[in-house]
Design a protein around this ligand. Structure first.
Ligand code: GLY
Length: 356
């Protein structure tokens, strides 16, 4: 901040601009976007692992609750669940066997956001992200700083590494190389359900609109399994893992974060909706542009298959101001969860390429 404009002045300005809404979200609550609300268009959209999140969030919206509180309460169910190994407690660890979590939130009416990255020992990073938004002037806190901030707000340190996640990590370590001191992994048989989780980048995203047309979103994850310690994915990056524009819509993502960060794709999805595309068209257009960029990426990144197509999974979820929604994926197969106010269900994602 320049010496001519101190933080104190900045805060004062914030208070002046946002006086009418200071009791609302965020330190700098300012102008509330003015696109007309679509009365009654309650919607909650989430990734395929979010069917309990959409149920919970809709329950809160139906009682007149705030959409950000609703989506966070929804994803907290999955963060707390040791059986979802891509998020929160029970998430797969980094290459050192340490669980590091990323999360972001964004609130449409104030266009404010908060996020944490590489936070350890706190099982609900989405709640900490909300506090970053509401109790600081920052957008993103990482690692030790994020943990200290969470502890300052009364969060308790917990061991997030479940036995199941530790076993999976151990298995990965044992099979990594035959030139180390770990004996071959076949001496320890893993349960069936651990076989598919040897290398994952799961996540949960949840976005919602309430009866007043207020949009909000959250994305939370344990990130890429076995990642290099300190690796941050797309989930806590606004514009990549999540983006909300209260005048247009909201979008979020799950899948390989590196591909998403390099293309700011959630921002692109919202931008495309702002240009008049439907949520499905917008998601597919973003996927298409990522697929194009993939061709430029060095072969060593291993992000392109023999046919020149992306070798990774990436999914987008979008919701516009009218309450229209979609889920779309690079390769067919994934589903997304949606509660449209009447029914909570999983639906097939639209896709760019058909899985063979
Ligand atoms: N999308 C989750 C991650 O890549 O970390």
């Amino acid at each position: 901040m320049s010496p001519r404009f101190s933080r104190r002045d900045f805060l004062k300005t914030g208070v002046t601009v946002g006086a009418a809404t200071l009791s609302g979200r965020g330190l700098f609550s300012g102008t509330v976007q003015t696109a007309p609300a679509v009365s009654g268009a309650l919607r909650v959209v989430s990734s395929g692992n979010g069917i309990r999140a959409t149920e919970k969030a809709m329950e809160i919206l139906n009682k007149g609750g705030d959409p950000l509180d609703a989506v966070i309460a929804g994803v907290n169910i999955v963060e707390d669940d040791p059986n979802d190994m891509s998020v929160g407690y029970g998430g797969l660890p980094n290459e050192d066997g340490v669980v590091e979590l990323d999360a972001s939130v964004m609130y449409g009416p104030t266009h404010t956001s908060g996020a944490v990255a590489s936070i350890q020992n706190i099982k609900n990073p989405s709640k900490v992200a909300k506090l970053v938004m509401e109790r600081t002037m920052h957008c993103l806190l990482v690692s030790e700083g994020a943990l200290k901030f969470a502890l300052a707000h009364g969060f308790k340190k917990e061991n997030l590494l479940t036995d199941k996640a530790r076993e999976a990590w151990l298995r990965w370590k044992e099979t990594l190389s035959d030139r180390d001191n770990w004996l071959p992994a076949q001496i320890r048989k893993l349960p069936e359900d651990l076989q598919p989780v040897m290398m994952t980048h799961g996540t949960i995203n949840c976005i919602a609109i309430d009866a007043q047309g207020r949009l909000a979103g959250v994305t939370t994850t344990s990130g890429l399994s076995w990642k290099i310690p300190g690796r941050v994915g797309d989930s806590p990056i606004i514009g990549a893992g999540l983006y909300v524009d209260n005048a247009v819509g909201a979008a979020g993502s799950t899948g390989l974060g590196e591909a998403n960060i390099r293309t700011c794709a959630s921002f692109q999805v919202v931008n495309f909706m702002g240009q008049g595309m439907s949520p499905e068209q917008a998601c597919l257009k973003a996927l298409e542009s990522i697929a194009e960029k993939t061709k430029l990426w060095p072969r060593a990144l291993n992000l392109v298959n023999a046919e020149g197509r992306p070798s990774f999974g990436l999914n987008f979820y979008a919701l516009n101001k009218k309450g229209e929604f979609a889920g779309a994926t690079m390769w067919s197969g994934p589903k997304y969860a949606v509660h449209d106010g009447r029914k909570n269900e999983l639906r097939e994602c639209a896709f760019l390429y058909k899985t063979k």
